[in-house]
Design a protein. Sequence first.
Length: 203
Amino acid sequence: MAKRVSTEEKLQKIIEFFTSTSDVYVIKELEKKIPKQCNISAMLVKDLLTNLQNECKINVEKCGTSNYYWKFLFEKEHATQCKIEKTTDENNDLLRENKKIKDEITEMKNKRQDTEERRALVKEYTRLKTKKAELEKIKNLAGKYSKEQFEELKNVVKQYKNDINRFTDDIYTLQSHVCNKLNIDKNDFNKNFQIPEDLDYVE
């Protein structure tokens, strides 16, 4: 009794047929050649080819009214090699582009002049950076409290600011009164009463 051949074995035989011939066929040719070469019933050939096509194990391309079938030896290895070469070329292009950008940045740095406009921009950048850090602190602080607690905290801070500004206002009033009445210089007044030169209202 002849040994039963599984579907997988039949599919493998067809693949071996393609790779051994390294040729391109139409369906009518395969329905004649595969039964002879692979000992497979002609009635099964079309279904087996469809199976291989669905699993991408053979190549099928429609040209005109006919479908052409093929599978070359080392096809997978060749495709992998092509992909490697393409990736290598793309990587080399990126490296060249990266070097070009770095060279342009270096050139710009060398040509950069310390103008008044640039200093103003740097100062503004530093101010905004500091402001951002302050806002981040407020954001982190807000996350630790409920909305009600945070609003209460804001009110307390606001009250402290008002108190400080009121005291500052009193100091300025006293300073103005004493300096005008006793003809004392404001700097001397501040020095004698240990008032900081940068005393100002809190925003």
